[in-house]
Design a protein around this ligand. Structure first.
Ligand code: HPA
Ligand code: ZN
Length: 346
């Protein structure tokens, strides 16, 4: 079966996406529109050019740059409505959206007002058949105090749909131990824990995210491919890796982890993880920046060697790893299985 056959099948499945940054989903045209709203003239082509970063620091710069055009609740409402429309059009029925909450705080924005606009957009998306929950992310390079402040906000907004606290940004900027108090605070407030780790950092960063921060899911975690004992442990502990192949190529993470000759998707460890029984949640990370979408990532998984029933099992895993109450999780799974059996996939 070709990758495009797989894409056609995956398009017909109800899907979940768990690793998706709101601020990385801004289409070039929308970024240009936001820039104009705030007095800057930039063409969509220029935005697209900025999005094509040569390496990981370049990616973080581009991410920071595009967030500079997000200044008020209407800006956030616009990008959320657009993202949710695109997700619904792909039959994504459940999404956990990561917000760079620490960036809002660092820019002295009214986080409560921004989040209220986002929560309203999530409410509107229900009529499209999409359920959204939120993850508040702190940028590692902003330090432990900002992490605490972000965790406090996440706890405060938990009643409005924030379900987890996470860390992203420059993975090498701060040891995990410095983030522990923020994770403890979040956990005590009933939030779940996720963390970017082993994206550009070593396998040890994944161990620390689990042991020190209590992360139940790891953003990327591709460094695990370098450490068979760690892969075994991830499989037996049922820790989910949120795998975003195009992101790993475009940020240079693949080349950094596996050598310059790995600057090709064919070297991505997704299939190796899958074959070893690791839990994997396929995602896009920053779809507009990387010019991808969830269906395209499944087509890549097929290119990496997963056959149609394996692709279906992969898609099912995202519902398993969702931060949902058990009955909700089961009801999505039942719906998913019904569709896969109608399509003759499982
Ligand atoms: N890693 C680190 N920071 C990020 C990412 C990522 O994949 N996406 C958006 N911010
Ligand atoms: Zn990410």
């Amino acid at each position: 079966m070709t990758a495009s056959d797989i894409a056609a099948i995956v398009a017909q499945l109800p899907k979940a996406e768990l690793h998706l940054h709101l601020e990385g989903s801004i289409a070039p045209e929308t970024a240009a529109q936001l820039a104009r709203r705030h007095g800057a003239e930039i063409t969509p082509a220029e935005v697209a050019h900025r999005y094509r970063s040569p390496d990981f620091p370049g990616f973080l710069d581009a991410y920071k740059w595009v967030t500079s055009f997000l200044r008020q609740p209407q800006d956030y409402a616009l990008i959320a409505d657009e993202l949710f429309a695109r997700l619904a059009a792909q039959d994504v029925v459940y999404a956990e959206i990561t917000i760079s909450a620490s960036v809002m705080l660092r820019r002295n924005q009214d986080l409560a007002a921004n989040f209220a606009a986002l929560a309203e957009a999530a409410e509107r998306s229900k009529s499209r058949g999409l359920r959204v929950q939120w993850i508040f992310d702190t940028a590692r390079q902003f330090g432990p105090e900002m992490a605490m402040e972000t965790a406090r906000w996440a706890a405060r907004l938990a009643p409005r749909g924030v379900v987890a606290f996470g860390v992203g940004g420059d993975e090498l900027a701060l040891p995990a131990a410095e983030l522990r108090p923020a994770y403890d605070l979040a956990r005590e407030a009933g939030l779940r824990a996720v963390a970017h780790a082993g994206e550009i950092g070593p396998p040890q960063a994944i161990r620390e995210a689990i042991e020190i921060l209590g992360a139940e899911r790891i953003g990327h975690g591709i460094a695990a491919a370098l450490d068979p004992a760690l892969m075994e442990r991830l499989a037996s502990d049922g820790v989910t890796l949120e795998i975003c192949p195009t992101s790993n190529l475009r940020t240079g993470a693949l080349a950094r982890q596996f050598g310059a000759e790995s600057a090709s998707l064919d070297r991505h460890p997704l299939k190796s993880f899958f074959d070893r029984g690791l839990r994997v949640a396929l995602s896009t990370d920053d779809p507009a920046m990387f010019e991808t979408d969830l269906i395209a990532e499944y087509a890549l998984a097929a290119r990496l060697g997963l056959d149609a029933p394996e692709i279906a099992r992969l898609a099912e895993m995202s519902f398993h790893a969702a931060l949902l109450p058990e009955p909700d999780c089961q009801s999505y799974l039942a719906r998913f299985r019904k569709r896969t059996s109608e399509l003759g996939l499982l």
